[in-house]
Design a protein around this ligand. Structure first.
Ligand code: FAD
Ligand code: NA7
Length: 447
């Protein structure tokens, strides 16, 4: 009987357990599957924590999500094809739910497929190594299930890494930071915009975190938000109170100096400067090393570690697609383990990766990025029996969503989209996103 370790019980790890369970329900012997999760509960980033810094075990806090986080893409673009939103919520709901609603949805499917029994919570994987002689992995595991720390090792035939890559911050330093009189934090440690009410904020970065934290800081009362971009501005039609300026040069006390010669006095600085793929617990020969991009190298079908195909990674790409892509990847990983998806030789796998990387090198625009990841998911869908959904509809939703953001960065979350699984169109929200301050599930679902 094979033994498979899944590391992490966020959306990817749960997708993996669900995939195995689907096969088991069909009468397939999936071997022993064990999932290790260092937090006390499932859901990964969607499992909100107020904590920053270290967790109760002295580990770096995994969570990077914050209060008042609404989905930044239409929920129809991430819908599980075998567990539609209609099924979970008993009817249509608007297209841009807050975090608690998506958490409920993720956990709802995990409960339905009864996978909690496979997860060891409060258990961190500290080391993954491979023994050529036995062709097995050894995992060094630290567990706090007994209330105090205990170590052990276990061997596995397959390892599936589902530890996410938006947790370990990339923290640049600029001249003057050391004597700045206010707070400097990374978006990983941002929890509650209300903290910055009445303040003049400086945000560094020009991607999703910068966009969202700028908007919600203003929404919850910041006096002003200045966003400094390194390469190019986001260029949205920002509401009064938010402005984009070229790169930060240095700080002189609380005065920020930018590349165009302009200056602003600011009270706090939020570094929305992205995250690192950081897997110190994996032996260097097995370790994925990459920037945040749509096709990290070394992974056949974006999943299988070509240098050792018994090791797989889920969700390591930058993400337009999320939950449905994780599902499709998890079905691939499962079928590799079950021997249902025979892998070609190393040269063929490397050539496949090279072909995708070649195509990715040609991608020049956001719309081409959407097409690229759509085609990647389409390719994954041909490999397994993950239930089909209307991928072309999802692609079109992403295109429409990008246009909606250009039309109104404060209004795009009020739009409705059709489900690629059921065709159901989400109703308009009862309150526009800009006016809605309550991010609770109860409030969102109120009719
Ligand atoms: P995670 O959710 O990060 O889960 C990884 C799990 O692995 C965690 O539970 C962690 O505790 C565990 N783990 C890590 N290391 C170990 C170890 N050594 N041993 C044991 N367990 C370990 N996506 C969307 O679709 N819509 C959004 O609106 C959206 N908003 C986002 C907002 C923010 C601020 C961030 C940071 C991300 C957002 N995302 C969003 C993307 C997000 O990455 C995915 O939705 C999803 O959470 C990724 O799932 P994952 O399982 O790969 O990783
Ligand atoms: P991203 O999407 O990886 O973006 C990181 C941003 O940080 C990007 O705009 C970078 O600028 C910027 N960056 C990186 N280093 C620096 C320095 N040194 N100075 C200034 N700016 C810098 O991360 P996000 O956190 O926005 O998004 C990650 C996930 O969280 C995503 O899935 C969302 O849904 C939420 P560049 O554009 O390269 O000039």
């Amino acid at each position: 009987m094979s033994r498979t370790a899944v590391i992490g019980a966020g959306p990817c790890g749960l997708a993996q357990l669900h995939a195995f369970e689907q096969a088991r329900l069909d009468g397939v012997d999936v071997g022993e599957v064990v999932c290790f999760e260092k937090q006390s509960d499932w859901g990964g980033l969607w499992n909100y924590t107020w904590r920053t810094g270290l967790d109760s075990h002295g580990d770096p806090v995994h969570g990077s999500m914050y209060r008042y986080l609404w989905s930044n893409g239409p929920k129809e673009c991430l819908e599980f094809s075998d567990y539609p939103f209609d099924e979970h919520f008993g009817g249509p709901i608007p297209s841009f739910p807050p975090r608690e609603v998506l958490y409920d949805y993720i956990v709802g499917r995990a409960k339905k497929s009864n996978v909690r029994q496979f997860i060891e919570f409060d258990t961190a994987v500290r080391q993954v190594s491979f023994d050529d002689a036995t062709q097995t992995f050894t995992l060094a595991i630290e567990s706090w299930t007994s209330g105090e720390s205990s170590f052990r090792t276990e061997t596995f035939d397959y390892v599936i890494v589902a530890t996410g890559h938006f947790s370990v911050p990339n923290v640049p330093e600029y001249p003057g930071f050391e004597s700045f009189p206010g707070r400097i934090l990374h978006s990983h440690d941002f929890r509650d915009a209300v903290e910055f009410a009445g303040r003049d904020l400086l945000i560094l970065g020009s991607s999703y975190s910068a966009e969202d934290i700028a908007l919600q800081s203003l929404k919850y009362g910041a006096a002003s938000v200045t966003i400094a971009y390194r390469n190019a501005p986001m260029g949205f039609g920002w509401p009064d109170g938010i402005a984009e300026v070229p790169a930060l040069q240095h700080l002189d006390g609380r005065t920020a100096h930018f590349a165009d010669g302009s200056v602003r006095d600011v009270d706090a600085i939020i570094l929305c400067t992205g995250y690192q793929h950081h897997f110190p617990f994996i032996d260097p020969a097995l370790r994925l090393t990459t920037t945040n991009n749509l096709y990290p190298g070394g992974l056949y079908k974006g999943v299988v570690w070509t240098a050792n195909p018994k090791l797989m990674y889920l969700g390591m790409q930058d993400q337009y697609y999320t939950f449905s892509m994780f599902d499709a990847q998890a079905f691939v990983a499962r079928d590799v383990v079950l021997g249902r998806l025979p892998l070609p030789g190393n040269d063929t796998m490397a050539a496949d990766v090279a072909a995708w990387l070649g195509r990715y090198a040609e991608v020049a625009s956001v719309m081409e990025q959407i097409d690229f990841q759509t085609d990647y998911v389409r390719d994954l869908m041909t490999l397994t029996d993950y239930p089909a959904f209307d991928l072309d509809m999802v692609r079109q939703h992403f295109v429409t969503w990008e246009h909606d953001k250009d039309d109104s960065i404060t209004g795009y979350r009020d739009k409705s989209f059709a489900s690629p699984c059921t065709g159901t169109v989400g109703p308009a929200p009862h309150t526009t996103w800009w006016d809605e301050l309550d991010d609770s599930l109860a409030r969102f679902l109120k009719r």
